[in-house]
Design a protein around this ligand. Structure first.
Ligand SMILES: [Zn+2]
Length: 464
């Protein structure tokens, strides 16, 4: 195993900023010290003027995921490679239990999707669609396989939605086994009714995807999720929170001392509902769930990040090509595959629009994109930290590198970018995954299949 010395950089963790060298050996951080002699290492990376951070962790991705008769366009190879280009070295994707089957079947299916393909380490959450057939022991079985988190849907009736009793039972089981429940919080029954009404009135354009999903439907479900978790005596994590209305529910719960957590995504922080009104069906590029909201929500979400009402920024990366996949919904917005690409650009966007804009500190940035996701999802301090013994998942970040985001140059396998033309200052220069330099100066040096499945610990940070 070769050794790497990262020399002369400024280390940024969620808690500290300091100058030090990092010595990497056997896939791990072996030493952190002010001056480590360069002749001790096989490879020296000069990080003068650079920021050295733990690799990004994206706990919400959907690679190779079937949806609405098609499949998300990035698989575990193209998706994790794109992630690496943007400084993300770990993802947690979602396996989906098919109704009437064991969760283990889904786990096997998703392991096969990732095998031989993943370029960075990956964990899996389990989407629970049915507790009737397999029972609650199935959840314990998953925890023993390192699936330390579950996701349940309050939206998408007849597809993924489960009732309150199922959610409550699942939460109750995590109170025993220490896993974390993630909630897609939108009132699916109400939304479906509004959607049917819109279609009956001939409202079929992409923008109706947003207009049929009110923020109250999100806020109500967030409130209900937290109430169910409180009754079950378990923490809860709200995925892709999109609106001030919903944020207020999380803040209120946290003010009461409840272990309620929430993530948001770059699209909700930087884009608004106007995108769905783009001509020539281009609004479909921005159809995902929850939808983009009115502009006034954006500063509220940034405030939420600053004041820790929101704890994580993930992407909900779920790409569908505009040309042949988004067009499935040309005449009916409900047939547009829900999802957008973003796995590559999360760090660039949050660094630029958060840190450069003075909204959050560098330490808070690392906390949001790496340390807290690692803690909440049972990977810390193996991931999300720069500590002796941690996996050497490290980003050497050039805070002054200028980059223009574009489908023409990105590495995601999708024919558009939600952030086309966005100019950012700050980008990954070298990306190390378990000590191996897999991205350097815009070139990929890793290989498909080198990423390992991560067995995550139960009773992670949400429990203390
Ligand atoms: Zn999602």
């Amino acid at each position: 195993m070769s050794t790497v010395l990262i020399r002369g950089g400024t280390l940024i963790t969620d808690r500290h900023t300091y100058g030090a060298d990092i010595f990497v050996e056997d896939e791990r951080i072996h030493d952190i010290a002010p001056h480590i002699p360069p002749e001790t290492a096989d490879r020296v990376i000069d990080a003068a003027g650079m920021l050295v951070m733990p690799g990004g962790i994206d706990v919400h991705t959907h690679l190779d995921m079937p949806f609405g008769g098609t499949t998300s366009s990035d698989d575990f190879e193209t998706g994790t490679r794109a992630a690496a280009f943007g400084g993300t070295t770990t993802i947690v994707d979602f396996a989906i239990q098919a109704k009437g089957t064991k969760m283990r079947d889904a786990l096997d299916t998703w392991w096969k999707k990732a095998e031989g393909k993943a370029c960075i380490d990956y964990g899996l959450h389990m989407i629970v669609t049915d507790l009737g057939t397999s029972g609650l022991e199935d959840m314990d079985d998953m925890v023993s396989e390192g699936v330390a988190s579950f996701k349940l849907f309050m939206a998408y009736p007849n597809v993924l939605m489960v009732d309150d009793a199922t959610i409550f039972k699942a939460l109750g089981q995590t109170a025993k086994n220490g896993a974390l429940v993630c909630m897609h919080a939108e009132n699916g029954g109400v939304i479906d009714t509004i959607v049917q009404r819109a279609l009956a009135e001939g409202k079929t354009a992409p923008v109706y995807h947003a207009l049929t999903r009110p923020t109250r439907a999100e806020a109500e479900a967030v409130h209900r999720s937290i109430a169910l978790a409180e009754m079950a005596g378990a923490p809860v994590y709200i995925v892709h929170l999109s609106s001030e209305d919903a944020l207020n529910q999380v803040r209120e719960a946290r003010d009461r001392g409840l272990p309620a957590f929430a993530e948001t995504c770059p699209q909700y922080l930087l884009l608004s509902i106007e995108e769905l009104e783009r001509p020539d069906f281009e609004g479909a590029k921005y159809v995902f769930t929850p939808p983009l909201r009115e502009k006034r929500n954006l500063p509220k979400l940034w405030d939420g990040l600053r004041h820790d009402h929101l704890q994580v920024v993930s992407t909900d990366h779920c790409p569908f090509c505009f040309a042949d996949q988004k067009h499935l919904g040309k005449d009916d917005f409900t047939k547009i595959p829900n999802g957008g690409p973003g796995i590559e650009n999360r760090l660039q966007l949050i660094h630029h629009h958060g840190v450069n804009a003075g909204k959050i500190s560098l330490n808070r940035f690392v906390e949001l994109v790496s340390a807290t996701p690692a803690r909440l999802f049972g990977m810390y301090p193996r991931k999300g930290a720069l500590e002796v013994g941690s996996d050497a998942d490290i980003v050497v970040w050039d805070p002054n590198a200028l980059h223009t985001i574009s489908a023409a140059s990105h590495h995601m396998r999708v024919d558009y970018s939600m952030f086309e033309g966005f100019e950012v200052r700050g980008n990954a220069r070298q990306v190390l995954s378990r000590g191996e330099v897999i991205v350097e100066d815009g070139r990929f040096h890793g290989r498909a299949g080198r990423g390992n499945y991560l067995r995550r610990q139960a009773r992670g940070g949400a429990w203390n």
